[in-house]
Design a protein around this ligand. Structure first.
Ligand SMILES: [Zn+2]
Length: 545
């Protein structure tokens, strides 16, 4: 490799990547800590989609950057499953059952698919089962468990004791019209009625310590709850978030645009953290949305028309999924493609890989260092020991090979020959993704299936006499010599046949594609013939002799 002396290889990670810059900022601002707690979290109130995944992987990348600096890191992922069930999503069965549970905490809403212990758990399991595939292993914190086991009794007591102060803090970012007045009753707490489970409750009285009285407006029940023993009290979001920063000693947590708007929940949480919980708000950044281009109906229907990480993993291998996020600054919107641009994404990744392994030369040492860091952060489980197998002709060629072989990956591997056993696993994953893409997402004009003369439903195509003569000409004059010809010479030989038969080359191409794949167009003919191979071409074309 030409870049073996680059400082990146033997020193602490250089600041070539945004995750490294954030890691350095955390260390600079928070000093030397025994543990750096990095947090992410979401309410599992519906399908967790790829936009939500951006937060998880952003934290994972910063966690990896901190660990690369020798830091001890705790990566927590909070399931906010003590939030209220507000809306029945259309993609879950038994809508009536779900409707009956509106205003319940989502952890007490049943999973109407019957698969998991609750509605919340269903969405949690979907995520927890897929994250290890992309090398992400957070410690999951279940907020329902934590609230119901009174872990936050002190945090709630402090919030209640400071409720006037909290009211004043929350008012600071509100315009005159929306400010709470002296007459408005503000409570930082909410309660899920201990008789009917609904959050339709009003706080009535607080004794200044642990006793909080609430009244349910649905069932009329009045309860004196004790913060140390009752399960049903929780904090509202704008206070809950900073309370947990302090509780977990969080030093890093990014947030989406909605939370990072001016006067949004991050701004108020920062004030609450400073002034009530005496813990500085974590280092943070705003991550942007993700666009989706192309796709398949079948892919998103089960998840309520949103694209999930699982969907993306059906088209891209884990390291390319990571690469998409590692290669883009988090405050930049980008698009994940399921259309023809899938090929470009694969090509970009392969190019980076060739640079990192010294097959292609980077334009400068600086670019090399950047590409190498992105590539490292894209790997699921550390750098591979050898360069993964790259098929000449790349992803497009892989798609052609798969289609010619009807999706049979074993046959594809047999035809390429030079792949090492140690490289096979990654190649198979890629081939599976490619085949899924071809069959589920690729545009119709990209798809083809090679005709099989031995199949029961094989039918010859009706050709005009001049077309038939040309196809016969290719069979007799081109096939016997094709193995000894370069692509260019092979193409010229095909043109020669067209000339001899007095047919336009375009008409000849159309006839040959019709004969081979039953379509008017296909991959570049000379290359296509090469991929199919003389033997299989003969089998098909001979039926026209
Ligand atoms: Zn009630």
């Amino acid at each position: 490799m030409s870049n073996e002396n680059h400082p990146h290889d033997n020193a602490r990670p250089a600041i070539n990547h945004w995750a490294d810059r954030v890691a350095d900022q955390i260390i600079r601002e928070r000093g030397d800590l025994d543990v750096y707690t990095c947090a992410s979290g979401i309410t599992p109130s519906g399908t967790v989609h790829i936009g939500n995944f951006r937060e998880i992987i952003s934290v994972d990348l910063v966690v990896r950057a901190l660990r690369a600096r020798g830091k001890n890191v705790r990566f927590i992922y909070s399931w906010d499953d003590y939030d209220v069930f507000r809306k029945v999503p259309l993609n879950m069965p038994n809508q009536d059952v779900l409707k009956e549970h509106l205003r319940y905490p989502i952890t007490l809403v049943p999973d109407t698919t019957g698969r998991d212990s609750s509605y919340a758990r269903h969405h949690e399991v979907d995520v927890e089962s897929v994250l290890p595939e992309v090398g992400i292993h957070p410690e999951y914190l279940y907020q329902s468990e934590r609230y119901r086991s009174n872990m936050y009794a002190e945090g709630m007591r402090i919030s209640l004791q400071n409720r006037n102060r909290l009211k004043e803090i929350l008012n600071r970012y509100r315009d005159e019209q929306h400010k709470m007045t002296d007459d408005d009753d503000y409570w930082p707490t909410a309660a899920f009625c201990c008789k009917c489970n609904k959050d339709t409750t009003e706080m009535v009285d607080y004794d200044g310590e642990y006793e909080l009285t609430y009244k349910c407006t649905s069932c009329g029940h009045v309860e004196k709850a004790d913060l140390r023993t009752s399960k049903e009290i929780k904090l509202g979001w704008r206070v809950d978030w900073p309370m947990r920063w302090q509780y977990e000693h969080t030093v890093f947590e990014p947030a989406g645009k909605d939370h990072h708007s001016q006067g949004g929940s991050f701004d108020t949480a920062r004030l609450v953290a400073d002034e009530v919980f005496h813990w500085p708000a974590p280092v943070s950044f705003r991550y942007d949305f993700i666009g989706i281009k192309g796709g398949a109906g079948k892919m998103s229907s089960s998840s309520g028309n949103v694209t999930t990480l699982r969907d993306v993993l059906s088209v891209y291998p884990p390291e390319i999924v990571r690469y998409l996020f590692a290669g883009t600054r988090p405050d930049t919107e980008f698009t994940i493609s399921f259309d023809l641009d899938v090929m470009k994404t694969y090509e970009d990744y392969d190019k980076t890989e060739r640079i990192v392994w010294g097959v292609d030369k980077a334009k400068s040492d600086n670019i090399f260092a950047k590409e190498k860091r992105i590539y490292e952060l894209s790997q699921v489980d550390g750098m591979p020991e050898e360069m993964p197998y790259q098929l000449t002709g790349g992803f497009r060629h892989l798609c052609n090979l798969l289609q010619i072989n009807g999706g049979d990956i074993d046959k594809v591997i047999a035809t390429i020959g030079d792949i090492k056993p140690s490289q096979e696993k990654a190649f198979r994953t890629r081939a599976k993704c490619a085949w899924f893409w071809i069959t589920e997402c690729a545009p119709e004009e990209f798809r083809f299936a090679l005709k099989d003369p031995e199949a029961a439903d094989y039918r010859k195509v009706d050709l005009a006499p001049v077309e038939l003569a040309a196809v016969q000409g290719i069979c007799k004059d081109v096939l016997p010599v094709m193995d000894g010809l370069e692509d260019k010479a092979l193409a010229e030989k095909v043109y020669e046949v067209a000339g001899n038969c007095g047919i336009e080359t375009k008409q000849l191409f159309t006839a040959v594609y019709q004969v081979l794949i039953g379509k008017d167009q296909g991959p570049r003919l000379a290359n296509f013939m090469r991929i199919i191979g003389r033997e299989r071409l003969e089998k098909i074309l001979k039926t026209y002799l």
